[in-house]
Design a protein around this ligand. Structure first.
Ligand code: ADP
Ligand code: MG
Length: 367
């Protein structure tokens, strides 16, 4: 795929082939099991846009976020921020580049220093970059106003604020140095439901006012849809589907995405969607020993013997909406299928069938 210089200039974050395994490496000729936290993860985010990263707990979302932020080094792959591969930078140059990307965390209480006032916490990155006291105080007042904190709240300690106000402080601190990229790892998950919408609306407002770019991690597709132009779905360390949010949610191609969507509570806007939920069989397999071929096949209602033999690549066509599946769902699948009746195909879980290289046997023949 060729990309023009103009198209590249639009892209702020480009992650290619990012792989991160945890655990002991092979020793004395013996291979030891490793956790496949992220495998060959590739995506891009355009300036001013948000990519939502969704998937079950343990699917590798936080690992990807930490590798992007360079608090964790990846085993292989590149992370380009504004055209510069930050994985290969010296510590000094990385420190300068880090200003351009900041994190918002899940649990605001534990990410704020409990012994400092909110004002001092927000000012901390400014101080670290040598801002004068006066300039820094003016900037903190400006930031407080942007995120909806009062001057009085700046003098309080973190424990004196509600969860939503603490998260506003975390957002203000992240914005202090005017970053381009915000990596937000489940920033709403620890908040009361009534507060989540307020903080989400704040992020939407800041994104458009400041032309911010987001890598936004969530396990809630509905939340993601409000902020993100694009969504990437993770399963056991792989991105299994990526595409424009509305298109992916209306016409999912990967069976796992369809299962996630069917598990969303229905609202008035879902009129026309068939009721019922795709219930995935069993728990996700261990990331220490992921299934051969497609990692989702052991829970998939579409799986065929072929799925055990090789991993389907994320459709390399360059199209906006891509899925890593040999048997992708047809457009309109969720509206046309009584999903409650779907079941896992034994052909994908039975090793006898999986071993058949022709991939032609049917479930019935296996008996
Ligand atoms: P998510 O954020 O989607 O819940 P994570 O990225 O936190 O997923 O974890 C992905 C997998 O990597 C999980 O199986 C998790 O247990 C494992 N993992 C994460 N961090 C470490 C670590 N430091 N050491 C070993 N395993 C880890
Ligand atoms: Mg996580």
């Amino acid at each position: 795929m060729t990309t023009s210089v103009a198209a590249d200039a639009k892209i702020l974050l480009k992650v290619a082939g990012l792989t991160k395994h945890f655990g002991p490496r092979a020793r004395f000729g013996r291979t030891r099991p490793v956790v496949h936290a992220a495998d060959d993860v590739t995506f891009e985010i355009q300036r001013g846009q948000a990519l939502g990263l969704v998937g079950e707990s343990g699917s590798g979302k936080s690992t990807i976020a930490r590798c992007v932020l360079q608090v964790e080094s990846s085993d292989t792959g590149s992370v380009e921020l504004g055209g510069v591969d930050i994985a290969g930078l010296s510590r000094r140059r990385l420190r300068l580049k880090r200003r351009e990307m900041q994190a918002i965390f899940q649990d605001p209480a534990s990410s704020l220093n409990p012994r400092w006032t909110i004002g001092r916490i927000i000012a901390e990155p400014l101080k670290a970059h040598g801002w004068s006291k006066d300039r820094s105080e003016a900037r903190v007042r400006e930031l407080a106003e942007q995120v909806g904190l009062t001057p009085a709240q700046l003098r309080r300690m973190p424990y004196q604020l509600s969860g939503g106000q603490q998260q506003r402080a975390g957002i203000a601190r992240a914005l202090a140095l005017s970053p381009n990229l915000i990596v937000a790892d489940e920033p709403l998950s620890a908040l009361d439901v009534s507060i989540q919408a307020q903080v989400l609306n704040l992020l939407i407002k800041l994104k458009s006012e400041m032309n911010l770019t987001f890598l936004f991690i969530s396990h809630d597709l509905r939340v993601t849809r409000h902020l993100c132009e694009n969504i990437a779905v993770c399963y056991l360390g792989n991105i299994v589907e990526i595409g424009p949010a509305d298109e992916l949610l209306t016409n999912p191609r990967h069976p796992y995405t369809a299962a996630l969507i069917s598990a969303m509570p229905m609202t008035m806007s879902d009129v026309g969607r068939k009721s019922g939920q795709i219930v995935l069989a069993g728990d996700p397999p261990s990331p220490l020993d992921p299934p051969s071929g497609c990692r989702f096949r052991t829970r998939c209602f579409r799986a065929q013997p072929k799925c055990a033999l090789s991993a389907p690549p994320l459709d390399p066509s360059g199209a906006d909406h891509r899925a890593a599946c040999f048997f992708p769902l047809e457009a309109g699948f969720l509206r046309s299928t009584a999903v409650a009746d779907l079941d896992v195909n034994d052909a994908a879980t039975d090793p006898k069938v999986a071993a058949d290289p022709t991939g032609n046997r049917t479930t019935d023949e296996v008996g």
